[in-house]
Design a protein around this ligand. Sequence first.
Ligand SMILES: Nc1ncnc2c1ncn2[C@@H]1O[C@H](COP(=O)(O)OP(=O)(O)OP(=O)(O)O)[C@@H](O)[C@H]1O
Ligand SMILES: [Mg+2]
Length: 256
Amino acid sequence: MAKLEARNIVKYFQHDDYKLKALGGVNLKIQEGDFVCIVGPSGCGKSTFLRIAAGLEKPEEGDILFDGRPVTNTGPERIMVFQEGALFPWLKVIDNVEFGLKIAGIPPDERSQISQRYLDMMQLTRFANSYTYQLSTGMKQRVAIARALVMDPDVLLMDEPFAALDAQTRELLLVELQIVWQKTKKTIVFVTHNVAEAIVLGTKVVVFTNRPAVVKKEVSIDFPRPRLVEDQKLVPQQQEILAELKPEVKKRMESE
Ligand SMILES: Nc1ncnc2c1ncn2[C@@H]1O[C@H](COP(=O)(O)OP(=O)(O)OP(=O)(O)O)[C@@H](O)[C@H]1O
Ligand SMILES: [Mg+2]
C-alpha cells in the first residue's frame, strides 16, 4: 500500500468574479521511504497540493490517502516545512526545536534527549541557546527541518525550503538533507522549481503541468548518494525533465 496516495485531486479557488481551477485531477502514489520532488511552473498548484496532503486545505474532488485512510485534518504523521521556516523569533533555537514535543506533552528530559539528537544531526548544537534572529537564513532553515524531524513524522512535506538560500548554503543543505533522509528513512515530498535540486534529492521527480495541474511525467532517479548538483551523470535526466517542464512554463507565460 502507498504511504500517500493522491486520487484525482481537484481544487478550485474563488477569486473576485471567477473560480480558478488550481488542480485538475492529480493522481500520485508515494511509497514509504520515497523522496519525491515535485516541479512545475509557478502558480500551477504545487503548494496547494502539499497543503492538501498536510490537511491544511480540502479538495473539491478526490482524496489523499495516508496509509489507505483519507486525510481529513492535519496530523503529527504529516509535518510541513515552509519556505520561510516560520520559526518563533522569541524562542531560543532549542525551544523552537522542542516546541511540538512540548505541545505533545513529552516530559522535559525526553524532550531534550530527542532535540539534542536532531540539533546534532543538523549541526546546530553550538547554537542551541541562540535566538533565531542571531542565525543565518541557512541555519534557520536547518532549525525548521530539525523542528519537523523531532516529531518523527512518517511524511515530511517540504515547500521550497531552500528557495531563499544562496547557492553555497543550498549545496551544503542538499547534501545534508540526503544524509538525513538516508539516516531517518522518512518519506519526503519536496516541492521546488529548481530541476537540478529535484534530481539531486529525489528518488523520483514528478512534473506538474501548467494550471490546472495534473501529473505530466514521473521520472525515477537512481544514482548513488550523496549526489552533487554539478554531477555530470545527472545531466541527461535533467534534460529529460526540462523537456517536459519547458512547454508547461511557456503555456503559463502565454496565459498571462
Ligand atoms: N488561498 C487562495 N485563494 C485564492 N487563490 C489561491 C489561494 N491559494 C492559491 N491560489 C491560487 O492557486 C494557484 C496555485 O497556487 P500555488 O500556490 O499552489 O502555486 P505553486 O505551484 O505553489 O506556485 P509557486 O511555484 O509560485 O510557489 C495560483 O493561481 C494561486 O493564485
Ligand atoms: Mg508554491
